[in-house]
Design a protein around this ligand. Sequence first.
Ligand SMILES: Cc1cc2nc3c(=O)[nH]c(=O)nc-3n(C[C@H](O)[C@H](O)[C@H](O)COP(=O)(O)OP(=O)(O)OC[C@H]3O[C@@H](n4cnc5c(N)ncnc54)[C@H](O)[C@@H]3O)c2cc1C
Length: 563
Amino acid sequence: MRAVVIGSGIGGLSAAIRLCSLGFDVTVLERAATPGGRAMVRKQDGFTFDMGPTVLTVPHFIEELFRLERGVPELDVPDFPPELLTPDARVTEGTSGGPATSRYVDIVPILPFYRIFFADGTWFDYDGDPERTVAQIRNIEPADVAGYERFHADAKAIFERGFLELGYTHFGDIASMLRVVPDLLRLDAVRSLFSFTSRYFRSDKLRQVFSFETLLVGGNPLRVPAIYAMIHFVEKTWGIHFARGGTGALVAGMVRKLEELGGRLICDADVEQIEVDDGAGGPAGRIGRRVATGVRLADGRRLPAQVVVSNADWAMTNLRLLAPQHRPWTPDLLVKAQHYSMSLLVIYFGFKAPAEPLQLQHHNILLGPRYEGLLTDIFDRKVLAEDFSQYLHLPTLTDPSLAPPGHHAAYTLIPVPHKGAGIDWSVVGPRLTEAVLTDLEERGFIPGLRENLVTMSTITPDWFEGPLSSWLGNAFGVEPRLTQSAWFRPHNRSRDVEGLYLVGASAQPGAGTPSVMMSAKMTARLVAEDVAAGVFADRAASAASGGAPTDLHAAAKLSRAAT
Ligand SMILES: Cc1cc2nc3c(=O)[nH]c(=O)nc-3n(C[C@H](O)[C@H](O)[C@H](O)COP(=O)(O)OP(=O)(O)OC[C@H]3O[C@@H](n4cnc5c(N)ncnc54)[C@H](O)[C@@H]3O)c2cc1C
């Protein structure tokens, strides 16, 4: 049976590998010239920049993918085997990928996880080590040590229930969600993460340290439910990791794995429509079934398939790829009424290493003077404030091969409102970029930066909206908030079209590299369930009798000949 995956983000590639392991003949179609989606790579003047994700967590998820074989889907082995849950599961040195991973990519642990700089120039090194964490908390606010102990215990309970037990739950009906509501209430996991954190810490600095992480998956700490406190615990349990050569090396490894399993990736292939047969009867004789039959590309080529997986932005999957009459459950009004995550300005820059060592680490959070006010400006008021906070990535501290000798490759990411704010980024982008460079110099993060700058480029919300085809230029999909989580979040199995599945940041369980890998596994489970239930029985037969073209070019020829 044939499957098409629209988009080669980490979720799309993970789904494609899993569908190969289920025995599907899989083609991934990517509109860009290179794979990876948000995890694309930009090469410039001898520097290599990961454009998006840099913080890898849960290396076990990566190992699981690279372990798969054709016809061996491993969907029923435990999601979290007991050896992963020992107190010393965290990898702190050496290689963090398992034996299968190391055939494709070299993954190494990073310590500290983050250096978090406050506006007054002091910093907090978060590395998951209890003693070092407590010592730093004591320095900032001795009274918060006891609060941390309680925070730790309560966040652990949330992690155990919310991640280990429920992480892979597909909330396909409301009953599945109602079943977990009492637990979430008991764990106090439905209040906002910031308000949850504030219960345990008096210090503003510590409230920020223990709530900022959701920004890396598009969640506003002031609104994201406290179930996201599990991120803190995910990091603490399994550490933070980096792919040597950059996240792009992980993407390249995934493409190689896909091809070894018999799948194929076609770039510069912009899908324009998911084709649907809305008169399908099938053996069940149900009337009005809407069945995915394949995709049509912008250049007119067609690729028939029994299974279509969209890794494209959820809003755009609906608004652009599916005709309105084929989505009674997802009308335009509903799509546009969702709240979408914020967008980003990202500055990629290469510079000559200064003589004095930098105070920066591999992952740095550079907090500005305001926290709650700034978040409200970005997410609610949707205005571009004068001040900003940054996540600064300096991977050459771990892997000097990403820059010419004696140089650093870096990026800094600034959360900004999405395009619903109506900001003209062609005007504002260069101004904000200048302000950020000045900030990096004046606060002493990179002294003499402008003088030593060798190369620089930027992306703004226009890039997310244009090349990545994301509604309103969102950087992380549908915003994670209580009313857009679990059953309320787009399902992995389309409610509108049989044979259509949704994988990636906007679908369940959410954004971030581990989550989109989970999303792919949940989707593969649903496809396997549907195969077992005979959902594709009629279509498999008709495709076989039609000659089942196995590559896009053959398919294109066949479909053109037929029209
Ligand atoms: C700057 C940045 C930094 C981040 N940092 C981290 C981090 O450190 N750690 C972390 O865990 N997460 C991070 N994230 C989040 C994480 O990168 C994303 O949640 C995740 O990579 C999204 O993967 P995805 O599978 O949803 O696909 P995406 O990466 O969104 O890819 C979707 C793909 O679909 C393609 N596509 C869209 N429409 C079509 C079409 N019609 N036809 C063909 N192809 C199409 C797009 O071109 C794209 O390649 C970061 C995100 C950004 C933007």
